[in-house]
Design a protein around this ligand. Sequence first.
Ligand SMILES: NC(=O)c1ccc[n+]([C@@H]2O[C@H](COP(=O)([O-])OP(=O)(O)OC[C@H]3O[C@@H](n4cnc5c(N)ncnc54)[C@H](O)[C@@H]3O)[C@@H](O)[C@H]2O)c1
Length: 371
Amino acid sequence: MPPLPARRRVAVVGTGAIVSGSHLPALRAHSDRTELVAAVDVDQDRLDRFRELAGGEVAGYRAMDAMLDAVRPDLVLIGTPPSLHREQTVAALEAGAWVLCEKPLSLSLAEYDEIAAAEEASGAYASVVFQHRYGSGAVHARELIASGELGAPRVAHCQTTWHRDAAYYAVPWRGKWATEGGGPTMGHGIHQFDLLLHLLGPWVEIRAMAARLVHDTESEDVSTALVRFENGALATVVNSVLSPDEVSRIRIDCADATVELTHLYGHRNEDWVYTPARHVAAERAKAWRTPAADVPSSHTAQLGALLDAYDNGVRPPTSGPEARATLEFAAALYKAAFTGSPVHAGEVGPGDPFYPAMHGDHPHWAPKERA
Ligand SMILES: NC(=O)c1ccc[n+]([C@@H]2O[C@H](COP(=O)([O-])OP(=O)(O)OC[C@H]3O[C@@H](n4cnc5c(N)ncnc54)[C@H](O)[C@@H]3O)[C@@H](O)[C@H]2O)c1
């Protein structure tokens, strides 16, 4: 019998909604490969509740540095507010641990490049949670598009039309550039346009508008963009928290088929629909159906992919240049919206005002943009 794979010693940092609701179930699903050994939260009540929920021997810490020194985990899962991600990811890497950090991995491209430098120095890797890449429907669609089976991609829609109320924005870190990094572009739509980029590949040019129409926030509550991809396809991207009928959707019209994903916070195979072009034979289109095994998009699926990479000692998916590309897209969208000019791939880098901060040197949306 082959030896059982080693169990990785895991610590979680931040024990709020996403860690309790999604990371903990993912760890349980992979309990043959992981052992939750420690949890960190500055809030003692939350920490106590989480340790009770997790059960077993989970050591509790109020400070991450103390946990890293004492526990030396193999893997750190980070689910704190976004302004802490860079600092905590770098600290974990410096302690030799791999990291799976919640989105957004950092507040700016400049912060991202500090994480990349820490990866380089430590030899460990930091991956960002974009769980929608990992459902079997997404894996299958990507393979079909990349292989050319659906023909050349031509037109795409990427829609995150969600609804968030004033109570949601009463949480102090939300809606502020310094603590959330932006509005629905960075906080909500980032999942969908990450998947769009994963399916369509590199973009070359973006034009955008954004506005703060309703909420008492610094950042936008809606943004829209037009994007040209390297393969020639044109796309629209909408990121909103003002939409009563909530939906997450990606639709890509290729030469031989339209592929459409409709869901809200997670997808299964049945959420992917393939419509063949008139000239496509029925037999060929039948083969496009999503595979028999249905892996929902989830933290569980992404953690499994990361553990595979750990076992093989290779860079995990959704890290490095791939993770940077999604953050660069967000930075370019904001730059295009603030300046009113098209932005090209590679343009936002050191020296550009949108490199150290998603809002560049603008304090907030100008009042005229609220009209
Ligand atoms: N992938 C997804 O679908 C998804 C969904 C929701 C939220 N998120 C992301 O998860 C992150 C957390 O969101 P949430 O809704 O769970 O927030 P939350 O407020 O429920 O949890 C954050 C926790 O971090 C703790 N914390 C704050 N400062 C800390 C510190 N210095 N050290 C340790 N712990 C600290 C807080 O006390 C709190 O318990 C955000 O980045 C958010 O964007 C991702």
